[in-house]
Write a protein that binds this ligand. Structure first.
Ligand SMILES: [Fe+2]
Length: 111
């Protein structure tokens, strides 16, 4: 299952107000993001991607933000996931995948 499917799952769980499913999906989303970022960063290092440091920083900031949301949710500091948060998540991933990741893949394919 990809990022977007997980975000859709999150939105559906939020809609029905199921806290345990939201917690599980946030957990899976974080795991998936970490695995995906590690794999991509490995590819960037292997192919000598010129914007590696910048891209790595974007991953780190996103991972930190998602970890914080996850932690706040599990600790009950965040009661639900707002529509803005889901939109941000969706927008970030689409922008990141279409712009940043594609640039990395294209440059990697040239090397
Ligand atoms: Fe990326």
């Amino acid at each position: 299952m990809c990022f977007l499917s997980r975000i859709n799952q999150l939105a559906a769980a939020q809609l029905i107000g199921n806290r345990s499913i939201i917690g599980e999906v946030l957990d899976e989303l974080l795991d998936y993001a970490q695995g995906h970022f590690q794999h991509e960063e490995e590819f960037m290092r292997r192919t000598g991607f010129v914007a590696y440091e910048r891209h790595y920083g974007i991953h780190q900031r996103f991972e930190g933000w998602l970890s914080q949301v996850h932690w706040q949710y599990l600790k009950g500091l965040r009661q639900d996931l707002s529509e803005e948060l889901l939109k941000y998540l969706n927008g970030w991933l689409i922008t990141h995948i279409l712009d940043e990741d594609l640039a990395c893949r294209l440059e990697g394919a040239r090397t």
